[in-house]
Ligand binder design. Structure first.
Ligand code: PLP
Length: 401
């Protein structure tokens, strides 16, 4: 009998983690690799946050907490949601998990029955479809055109994707991998469709909400339409905005009954998230936000530099995103050409494979995000390395024949 479950066989390993591991392996063998594949800030966790973690260890905050996090961290989260969006959540309507990924996992596992459908606009983060599948649901991928809609879900597309089996819409703004972010007006139009379908819940993944540029203002579903509050899970976390990926803290704000359901699951799986990380999160959310402002300034500069460099490379074209730390260039002009080493660029996977082998630049193919013909690079790395990476990508593309 096979030890591996059918359930597990239905899902794929995270492609971004696979490519990052491959790049690390090549580096370990002495290859000169620039890795632009990971969705991870290159900044250190700000000192005030690290100090709060150290203080928590020294003062003995090293034991189990409530499954959904300490009252203090849940209060800090509710306060941040109030400051950022004017939302009013009570601490019992908030729960903390080991990363935003666990929030999404909890939400899907706590709600999906076999065959339930989850609408996922694409390009989308690699993990959504697999988490839905693992939970026994059916991901309904809705392709969002770059040319027509800037990679954003349009109200008529949402309406058309809804069936009697639809349970969730997962919305991610700013989006991984495109960086596209929904304006208040664009969210309003989607809310109008959702109001017509009272059984559909929304999971809004706002993990990149603080990383927006050119004065863009992040908004979220419940802020735009309070009538959707009783069927929305507002998800966020500290990984990206506060450069805290390793601390593993994400959170949900949702109706209390749904919070309880997710915590029933978490109580039988990981229990509470790390107590020390919870203490550090209080400082991240309630302390000075200066370091976030500085990181955002740097990301914006890098986005502008890389965007310009990429758009000057023959065969590539790239939209200018509102947020996150990714660019998602089209490789349309490179398709069906052959690389210097003789690899035919039949698709985006061939493109990133050849780019890694021949130039030592690791990026993620668009198909991993449910969108062929593109690749994702993360600009959460030094400007110097980004410029060198662009030089290598240029070398690769100009040599295609
Ligand atoms: N949502 C999106 C869109 C992401 O890109 C990520 C991380 O890459 C996450 C959620 C999860 O982040 P974490 O589990 O580190 O909080």
């Amino acid at each position: 009998m096979d030890i591996i479950s059918d359930r597990l066989k239905r899902i794929q390993p995270s492609q971004t983690l696979v490519i990052s591991a491959k790049a690390r392996e090549m580096k370990a063998k002495g290859r000169d690799i620039i890795s632009l594949s990971a969705g991870e800030p290159d900044f250190d966790t700000p000192d005030n946050i690290k100090s709060a973690g150290i203080k928590a260890i020294q003062s003995g905050q090293t034991k189990y907490t409530d499954v959904g996090g300490t009252l203090d961290v849940r209060r800090a989260i509710a306060q941040r949601l109030n400051t950022d969006y004017g939302l009013n959540y009570k601490p019992e309507e908030v729960a903390v998990s080991s990363g935003g990924k666990q929030v999404i996992f909890n939400a899907m596992m706590a709600s999906i029955n076999p065959g339930d459908e989850v609408i996922i606009p694409a390009p989308c983060w690699v993990s959504y479809p697999d988490i839905v599948t693992l939970a026994g649901g059916t991901p309904v991928i809705v392709p969002c055109s770059e040319q027509l809609a800037g990679f954003k879900l349009q109200p008529d597309q949402l309406e058309a994707a809804i069936t009697p089996k639809t349970k969730w819409l997962i919305l991610n703004s700013p989006c991984n991998p495109t960086g596209a972010a929904y304006s208040a007006q664009e969210l309003r139009a989607l809310c109008d469709v959702l109001l017509k379908h009272p059984n559909i819940w929304v999971l809004t993944d706002d993990i990149y909400a603080k990383l927006v540029y050119d004065g863009f203002e992040s908004t979220t579903i419940v802020q735009i339409e309070p009538r959707l509050k009783d069927r929305t899970v507002t998800m966020n976390g500290v990984s990206k905005a506060y450069s805290m990926t390793g601390w593993r803290i994400g959170y949900a704000a949702a109706p209390v009954e749904f919070i309880k359901a997710m915590m029933k699951l978490q109580g039988q799986s990981t229990t509470n998230p790390c107590s020390i990380s919870q203490a550090a999160t209080i400082e991240a959310l309630a302390g000075s936000q200066q370091s976030v402002a500085e990181m955002v300034k740097t990301y914006q500069k890098r986005r502008d530099i890389v965007w310009e460099l990429l758009n000057n490379i023959p065969g590539l074209s790239c939209a200018k995103p509102e947020g996150a730390f990714y660019l998602f260039p089209s490789i349309k002009g490179c398709l069906n050409k052959t690389s210097k080493a003789g690899i035919k660029i039949v698709n985006d996977e061939a493109f990133v494979t050849a780019l890694l082998e021949e130039e030592g630049v690791a990026a993620v193919h668009g198909a991993a995000f449910m969108t062929d013909g593109y690749f994702r690079i993360s600009y959460a790395t030094s400007t110097e390395l980004l410029k060198e990476a662009c030089t290598r990508i240029r070398h690769f593309c100009t040599n295609l024949q």
